[in-house]
Design a protein around this ligand. Structure first.
Ligand SMILES: [Zn+2]
Ligand SMILES: [Zn+2]
Length: 290
């Protein structure tokens, strides 16, 4: 079984436990390492989105920033904390980010500047938002949209995922079929889009995760669905298993089930960006490391 998790969230962002509590739990599970990947979500209109207002009432709006400077200031103390903990415990702890990829003008330049300042060890690419006509839609907004608009937004979602894969900036991409969280994209007619997307991942050497938070849904499988997992096997896309733990109790959740499901579906390439001791792969573009 995979003995690490690189997709996790902590207190101060939208997680429930401190970095220390997460490390203690990881050690008690026999993990060999842990990585923290809090949300890095920067968009100038983010504070006008419905999701922001909702998050504000829930007290986790700090994951949303309208400028890179703002996001950088939030990550600095968190990364300092990780450095201290590494010193104190001697346990391998990695500094990551779950980054919302945006295609707007200036995003990539701003993001690269942020990387130079924060120097994360690894990056997870994701798309929790879809920008359309100046509005940022998240999955719940899409669920509430009309059918035509829903289809268009779902198409745009997969387009974002393809652009993130093409950017070559990410160690792996998160929860490919995130929209099933709200019951969208499950119909047969989305299979062509899924295949096109996986083809782009293969073409650009992108990797993805099996996110076990999907087991919370009725389908009892990770993100992505077994339908997409078969494509990952066909195109030999390497996968990493993630719990997307927002609290210590979920670390390593359903890892065994996800792994055996993946193997049954023909997936043979499992990815670990920190596999080779003393030579961590740090955000290398199109890294071929497995
Ligand atoms: Zn996510
Ligand atoms: Zn996450």
């Amino acid at each position: 079984m995979q003995k690490f998790s690189l997709h996790t969230h902590t207190l101060g962002f939208d997680g429930r436990n401190t970095e220390e509590e997460m490390v203690l739990k990881a050690q008690s599970l026999g993990f060999e390492k842990i990585g923290f990947s809090n949300h890095f979500i920067v968009h100038e209109n983010i504070k006008d989105s419905k999701m922001y207002r909702y998050a504000h009432s829930g007290g986790y709006h700090q994951i949303y920033s309208s400028s890179f400077e703002e996001a950088i200031e939030k990550f600095k103390p968190h990364y300092e904390k990780i450095d201290e903990l590494k010193e104190q415990t001697g346990f391998p702890i990695y500094k990551g980010m779950e980054v919302d990829f945006f295609a707007y003008n200036g995003w990539q330049e701003g993001f690269e500047k942020a990387l130079n300042i924060l120097k994360p060890d690894y990056l997870i690419g994701s798309a929790h938002f879809i920008a359309y006509r100046g509005t940022l839609y998240n999955s719940h907004d899409i669920k509430n949209a009309g059918t035509e608009e829903q289809n268009m937004l779902l198409n745009k979602y997969y387009q974002n995922i393809r652009l993130a894969a093409q950017s070559g900036m990410f160690n792996f991409l998160a929860h490919l079929d995130l929209m099933k969280k709200v019951g969208l994209g499950q119909e047969q007619r989305w299979m062509d889009i899924e295949r096109q997307t996986i083809e782009v991942l293969a073409q650009f050497g992108a990797k993805t995760e099996l996110n076990t938070s999907g087991f919370k849904l009725a389908a009892q499988e990770p993100y992505p669905s077994s339908r997409i997992m078969k494509l990952l096997a066909d195109y030999q896309i390497p996968v990493i298993i993630s719990d997307d733990a927002h609290n210590a109790g979920r670390l390593g959740d359903h890892f065994k089930e996800a792994e055996s499901m993946a193997k049954k579906l023909g997936i043979v390439h499992f990815y670990d960006p920190f596999k080779r001791p003393h030579s961590p792969v740090l955000n290398k573009k199109n890294s071929q490391d497995r």
